[in-house]
Design a protein around this ligand. Structure first.
Ligand SMILES: Nc1nc2c(ncn2[C@@H]2O[C@H](COP(=O)(O)OP(=O)(O)O)[C@@H](O)[C@H]2O)c(=O)[nH]1
Ligand SMILES: [Mg+2]
Length: 322
């Protein structure tokens, strides 16, 4: 693991890292296997069983795997799947139709509404990458010329404030914090005050992720949302749920629990660089009307990819990239 200092500089050196590197392992696992099937098999029930197994291993989930396999079997019965190219085309098509499902929910409008503070609330369980993602988002928006401030409402871990302060110092943006153990809603209240009186355009709020005390955590989040509504006269503009791709199907359960308490506007899937289980994206999008907005593909501030379903599919199903 790197320290923050190293991460920042690595990040700035790494500007051209592309989307494919981000989920290399998921891609390699899938494309390698598909290619292997073709070496020995024609497209028959053994082939479909092998593909099904591979999709399950890559965490596509039972339901989503069935949708994909049923579709391919149907195409095969109709005599459409004649060769490897046809198969890739149809796999791409069915996967894209799952990933595209909620694209219409992604707002294309400019996020800045002249006089109004844009608030991004970042939530998720411990260790999934919330604070790191906030550093990346702040860097991303700052590079777009926006004025950004960070709110350290994870008052449960002293290190969380240090981590945010580190990012804040490095990219010269203010971090609003209070002492360890303070009421997170009060940190948010002060942060909004600060942002409104200093003409900040975007406020990004970090939160605690302890799930062992689920009920309190959810009440705390609801209280934060109430404070935002009262002080900024509307719901948070974004409530981003951070999910660790390495958690596989657990991410599915986390999405369900958080979505019951607050209205999620988007998901950020982190650590896709470190897992072959990126398929969980498909089962989440298939089940919840929540778009994936960003992908985390590493520990540095540049390792944030704006999610694009078409590019994502191209990345994991590129035939000749093995
Ligand atoms: N490889 C990789 N590591 C990440 C990514 N995002 C976060 N991390 C690491 O995951 C660990 C936990 O991150 P942190 O932001 O502290 O999680 P939090 O508890 O949710 O705030 C840290 O070591 C991060 O460097 C990512 O996209 N890829
Ligand atoms: Mg944190």
């Amino acid at each position: 693991m790197f320290n923050y200092e190293q991460l920042f500089f690595l990040g700035t050196m790494n500007i051209f890292k592309n989307i494919q590197l981000g989920f290399k392992r998921t891609r390699d696992a899938l494309s390698f296997q598909i290619k292997n099937f073709f070496k020995t098999d024609s497209i028959n029930h053994i082939f479909f069983e092998k593909l099904e197994e591979q999709l399950l291993i890559s965490d596509f989930g039972v339901h989503t795997t069935k949708i994909i396999i049923d579709y391919l079997i149907q195409q095969n019965k109709s005599g459409i799947l004649k060769n490897e190219d046809n198969l890739y085309d149809h796999l791409r098509y069915i996967m894209l139709s799952i990933l595209n499902k909620h694209d219409h929910l992604i707002q294309n409008k400019s996020i800045i509404n002249n006089n109004k503070l844009y608030i991004i609330l970042v939530i998720g369980v411990n260790g999934v990458g919330k604070t790191t993602t906030i550093g990346k988002l702040a860097y991303f928006y700052k590079n777009l010329g926006k004025s950004v401030a960070l709110s350290a409402a994870d008052t449960f871990r002293a290190a969380a404030v240090d981590q945010l302060n580190f990012f804040g110092n490095k990219i010269s943006i203010p971090v609003i914090s209070q002492s360890f153990g303070s009421d997170p809603a009060s940190v948010v209240f002060n942060s909004i005050n600060f942002a409104q009186s200093n003409k900040i355009e975007i406020l990004i709020i970090d939160t605690s992720g302890r799930l062992h005390n689920k009920k309190n955590l959810m009440e705390e989040l609801k209280k934060i949302v109430r404070v935002i509504k009262k002080k900024n006269f509307s719901e948070p503009d974004e409530i981003l749920l951070i999910l660790d791709a390495c958690n596989g199907q657990n991410s599915f359960q986390q999405t369900k629990i958080f979505n019951q308490s607050v209205k999620l506007t988007g998901i950020v899937l982190t650590k896709l660089d470190g897992t072959a289980k990126g398929g969980v994206i498909f089962s989440i999008l298939n089940e919840f009307p929540i778009p994936i907005k960003y992908i985390g593909s590493g520990e540095t501030v540049n390792d944030l990819i704006v999610f694009n379903s078409r590019k994502f599919i191209k990345g994991i199903l590129k035939k000749n990239n093995i």
